[in-house]
Design a protein around this ligand. Structure first.
Ligand SMILES: CC(C)(COP(=O)(O)OP(=O)(O)OC[C@H]1O[C@@H](n2cnc3c(N)ncnc32)[C@H](O)[C@@H]1OP(=O)(O)O)[C@@H](O)C(=O)NCCC(=O)NCCS
Length: 170
């Protein structure tokens, strides 16, 4: 995995993304199903590939983690009349190393919602949560082969720090 990082110098101000409401995870089965379906679609076709998650994986990789906090799992809902569809999601893990660190996990946007600023909006919301917790160092694990993600993070001011095994997924 490639580790990127950014130090926050001021409180990020998330832009709004028209037609999309960002809400924390409320703990329903329907949200878990929507997250798993979005994850399958958003990461499909990447090299190196991403293994699809089951409900057990969601439990083990997120809810069972010591850093899990449902208020730091954001779901971006696109509404159209009565319908709502999950357009994007992202999770923030806050933990202590030598300094407190915030790690962006599983930032993803559905293919049909890309390049409209939703990834940027989700990232800024998570950075704002980190800032409000007093955390200034933000990290993300990605892969140099995931070109969209690389372009995206470099554009947001993240810089490569190291290449090593993932510390967040087992
Ligand atoms: C990476 C990802 C979340 C970006 O989401 P997005 O909503 O399309 O991103 P935004 O619209 O907020 O992009 C903001 C800026 O980042 C840059 N950017 C984003 N995607 C890019 C791409 N594919 N190529 C080049 N630049 C890109 C652009 O500068 C863009 O601004 P612009 O559209 O005005 O030029 C999305 O591509 C995705 O879900 N990818 C698959 C999952 C993934 O790899 N997640 C990251 C895991 S670490």
């Amino acid at each position: 995995m490639l580790h990127l990082r950014r130090t926050l110098r001021k409180r990020p101000q998330p832009a709004e993304c028209p037609g999309v409401a960002i809400r924390p995870f409320a703990g329903t089965e329907a949200e878990v199903e929507a997250f798993l379906a979005l994850r399958r679609r958003a990461f499909r076709g990447l090299h190196p590939p991403v293994r699809p998650w089951s409900r057990d994986d969601f439990q083990r990789q997120l809810i069972a983690r010591p850093w899990w906090d449902p208020n730091r799992c954001l779901l971006a809902w696109a509404t159209d009349g009565q319908d709502r569809r999950l357009a994007g999601s992202a999770v923030l893990a806050i933990y202590a190393l030598e300094k407190p660190v915030a790690a962006i996990c599983w930032l993803m946007v559905a293919p049909e919602f890309r390049r409209r600023g939703l990834g940027q909006t989700l990232l800024a919301h998570l950075e704002q949560i980190a800032w409000d917790q007093g955390v200034r160092h933000v990290r993300v694990e990605t892969h140099s082969g995931w070109k969209d993600a690389m372009q995206f993070y470099l554009r947001q001011g993240y810089l490569p720090s190291s290449e090593r095994k993932s510390s967040l997924e087992s």
